[in-house]
Every structure is written in C-alpha cells, then in structure tokens.
Design a protein. Sequence first.
Length: 273
Amino acid sequence: MAIYAIGDVQGCFTSLQQLLAKIRFTPDRDCLWFVGDLVNRGPDSLCVLRYVKGLGPAAVTVLGNHDLFLLAAASGIVAPRAMDTIQPILIAPDRDELLAWLRCRPLLYHEGPFVMVHAGLLPQWTIEQAERLAQEVEQVLSGPNHQDLLRASLASPSAQWSDDLTGLPRLASLARIFTRLRTCTMDGMMNESYKGPPDHAPPGFSPWFQVPARRSSEATIVCGHWAALGLHLGDNVLALDSGCVWGRELTAVRLEDRQVFQVPCDSEDCPGH
C-alpha cells in the first residue's frame, strides 16, 4: 500500500482527478492523506467533499481553516463572502450528512513517523502534547456545543497560546494554531496576519518549522496552508500547499520515498489565472 499526501485542494476537483490519475490511485490498494482545506475558492467544493467522504478508509483528512469556515457558515455564524464558493454545499440535499462527516475530522493525525496537521505546531509542543491538545478541540467540535467553538475560533483576535487558558478561549486559540499558523517567535507567539514568503517574515518571526530546538522535530510534519511558501520538502517537514487554487500546481508526495507528483491547475478550476 502506498500513502500519498496531497496539498490544499480547495474545491479544485478537476485538478484532483488529474492528479489521482497521474499517481494511478486505487482505493483498495492506496491511501490518500489530505492536509485540510478541501473546500472554498475553487469551483467544485461540493464534488471534492462528496468524493473524499466516499473514499471511506482510503482517505484521511485533517481540518483546515476553510473547512472550519464552511462549518461556521452552515451554522449561520458567518456569511459567505464574494470570493467564497461554498454555497453549493450549503444548499445540497446531502449537506447535513457531508457537514456532520466534516465536523468529525481530526485536527491532527499521527501514524508512524508522520504527523499531519493543516498549518503547523508551536515550537514548544511535543508530538504527544499536540495530540492531546488537538483532541480537546476535536471532542467539542464533534459534539453538541460545536457552534460555540466555531464562533469563538472565528472571532478576532484570538488569545495567544498559554497553558493557563481555559474554556472557549483555550479551544479557540488551539483551533487557530492548528489551522492558521505560519510564523511565530522563538517562544511561540503566533503572527496570524502574515501570509507572504518566509524570507520576508516580520522581524522576530520565522516559519514555525525553522524555530531552533522545536520539540516536535523527531516526527515528519505533513502540512499545507501556506501558498506563498509553496512546496517545501525538509528533513522533518513536508509542506504541500503549492497554490493550485491560485493558478499553480496541485501536489502529492508519496510518503514512503518522498517522490513528488504534480499537475498544473486545470483551466476549469482556475479560469481567471
């Protein structure tokens, strides 16, 4: 069995199908890992969501910030903006089934030497600590009080992480770290606003995976979220958001040997690029 980790799809269903044809994906033989942001900005979020859900155990996905936005919009917490493309999901006959499935996806997935998360981990967290913290959020998100969590996680600004945080501020801070982290300080202060390339990060901030003595460095972190970083294959990080929805490529990496597979953004997915 081969495991292929795939970068942010964001509703680019045609590009996803072309990538799966390129790797000759077979559901009864292979497994797909999706780094989150299955939906939004691309034209076919509904098709992507239905397809990945339909793969059952042949697919593993973690939640990204756009996935949380969809869940919040479905609860009436936020209104879709002009650039959002989630409306077909919100009016689909199977919307409740799709959203219930999405709401029960993890924020972090750990298997063997690999840990998958949408955005990143704070440098002071061990893998074991990050797993426990992710489970705190997952338990509430999959339960009856998920709307309170979604509302708090989308409020801005959120609290910077501290072990002393409790209640909704704690859960909201965690949710934003797992789904939005790009740069932080040496002691783990997160900069949410910066989205540019890593070499132009604000003074005092660096990519989370480059912080010296990062405590999760014994694992290989598989992540996405940072289109301006692009495909980045390091010793202990595989960052796979190669900006398909922005007219670039959709990327898969076969984890066993790190072979890279890419397809350019299909014109149907990115007509404006």
